[in-house]
Design a protein around this ligand. Structure first.
Ligand code: ADP
Ligand code: MG
Length: 481
């Protein structure tokens, strides 16, 4: 059968506020259990929530970034369910009147085309606590540090048609929330989690098939793998004449399979009702406009500027604008190097290679952007060549000082004195009579290729310090005799 894949995503982004959504307790990761809590987070009767204004501002920022209607009156609702790590017996969320309404996102796909994905809504809600099963023999521990941590749940329309599109969409949301500075985007720590809704329908059919929801997929790679696995499972069932059960499933990356978790609950199972402890949130147009005016440059805008301002290729601009730290780093390098193409190549090439090898984030690079730029400036002004620069970068990485200090200390200055270079070339010509004769007998295009041999000899003799731009014409002249 020829199936069309239909995907809609729910992304939970943890907002980077100092304190919780409804209390003054700090939001932090990895603290000792139950130390980051107030009476509100513990769900003590009579403790009243106070809404965090900063979370509101962040949600409105996001709404603007995805071209959405802002909910001028939004309402918190209680979503009732029992779970040991939810002592209140309900999660405070938003139902009918979310803070962010209908919007859309134009997602750039791998092949450079754009796909518009509808945003259904984005609402504010609090996280629950955590149940701990290790270290408690025959019992469970409850840690409420995460309780009332602010989340923005971003719901997409079922507009996505492949695993690749899904990953591109999540990456784009990831770069938007990190650009806005409203979420740290750390998927491994759970700051961004993704529920993937998947169904299949025969190609050409209008009506959607029954979907399953894969909960809490926490990396881009797993999103792609989970989708492939689930699509295959559903196709097998449908092709055998079976029916898909609407349910919540879990993806197990070790076994590369999805497993049933629970049957799908409906909204009315939760007995949603407006929270009597919290007033509706009413915004003024002035407040909403002011946030819009203060939005930082977003990834697609930055990429467009890199193309127009720095004349970067679309590909380079895309890579360099994919994260804000990367973009900022590149712009700083460029400022001190004074050469856009050189800066782009080195940030995407040598620097990224070193960061990957050492599993470091660009923010933690031991070589800061200004210093890398100063190194590149020495290539540009012919003090060193590219090969020497790579060695110097390795030394800078190991904390041996700035480019200029290393050049000075190790005597790496490129030889640009034409007299010295000419003498060196003469020596090499004398030492390699057979090659010189061959060169002189060869045709012009063959000669070009043979230059490599002599260039190699010269670089060896000069320990890589001869300036190729100066060597080439002199070498050509002397070889031709
Ligand atoms: P619920 O409230 O039960 O979570 P929603 O209607 O809000 O359900 O949808 C949740 C997510 O599921 C949305 O991202 C939506 O795009 C997606 N979705 C809905 N129907 C389908 C379907 N048939 N196939 C795939 N995804 C779907
Ligand atoms: Mg849902």
């Amino acid at each position: 059968m020829n199936w069309e894949i239909v995907i809609g995503l729910e992304i939970h982004a943890q907002l980077s506020t100092q304190s919780k959504l409804f209390s003054g307790a700090p939001v932090s990761f990895g603290a000792e259990a139950n130390t980051q809590t107030t009476l509100v987070d513990l769900g003590m009767p009579g403790a009243l929530p106070v809404f965090n204004k900063e979370a509101l501002r962040m949600a409105v920022m996001f709404g603007h970034a995805v071209n959405a209607d802002i909910g001028m009156t939004s309402v918190f609702a209680r979503k009732n369910y029992f779970y040991p790590d939810l002592p209140k017996g309900y999660q405070t969320s938003q139902m009918d009147d979310p803070i962010v309404g209908i919007g859309h996102l134009d997602v750039t796909l791998e092949d450079g085309t754009t796909k518009r994905v509808g945003i259904t809504r984005a609402h504010l809600e609090e996280d629950a606590g955590k149940s701990l099963h290790e270290d408690f023999h025959g019992m469970s521990g409850i840690d409420l540090n995460r309780s009332s941590t602010p989340l923005l749940e971003i719901v997409s329309e079922p507009d996505i048609r492949s695993a690749k599109e899904a990953v591109a969409y999540v990456k784009m949301i990831h770069s938007i929330v990190t650009y806005l500075g409203i979420c740290d985007g750390n998927m491994a720590e759970g700051s961004m989690r993704c529920d993937v809704n998947i169904s299949l329908r025969p190609k050409g059919q209008e009506e959607f098939g029954t979907r399953t929801e894969i909960k809490n997929v926490n990396s881009f790679r797993f999103i792609e793998k989970a989708i492939h696995t689930e699509v295959e499972r559903q196709a097998d069932i449908l092709e055998d004449g079976g029916k898909i059960t609407q349910e919540t499933r879990l993806y197990d990356p070790d076994k590369d399979e999805t497993r049933s978790m629970r049957s799908k609950e409906d909204a009315n199972d939760y007995r949603y009702f407006p929270c009597p402890d919290l007033l509706p949130v009413v915004l003024t147009q002035e407040y909403v406009d002011e946030i819009k005016a203060s939005l930082p440059e977003l990834p697609t805008q930055k990429a467009a500027r890199f193309i127009s301002e720095y004349k970067l290729s679309e590909y380079d601009a895309g890579v360099l604008s994919s994260s804000r730290p990367m973009a900022d780093y590149f712009e700083k390098v460029n400022k001190s190097a004074g050469d856009t193409k050189l800066s782009a190549n080195w940030v995407m090439g040598e620097l990224s290679k070193l960061l990957n090898q050492n599993q470091l984030d660009i923010n933690d690079s031991p070589v800061d952007a200004n210093n890398l730029g100063l190194l590149l400036a020495r290539i540009k002004d012919n003090t060193i060549n590219g090969k020497t620069a790579k060695d110097i970068l390795a030394d800078m990485w190991n904390g041996e000082g700035s480019a200029d200090e290393i050049i000075e200390k190790k005597g790496l200055k490129q030889v640009t004195d034409t007299g010295a270079i000419e003498a060196m070339i003469q020596e090499i010509i004398v030492a390699n009579p057979a090659q010189v004769e061959q060169f002189r007998a060869a045709e012009a295009d063959k000669q070009k290729k043979m230059m490599g041999f002599f260039m190699g000899q010269i670089m060896k003799a000069s320990q890589g310090k001869a300036n190729p731009g100066i060597v080439t014409p002199i070498l050509m002249k002397l070889l031709k005799g």
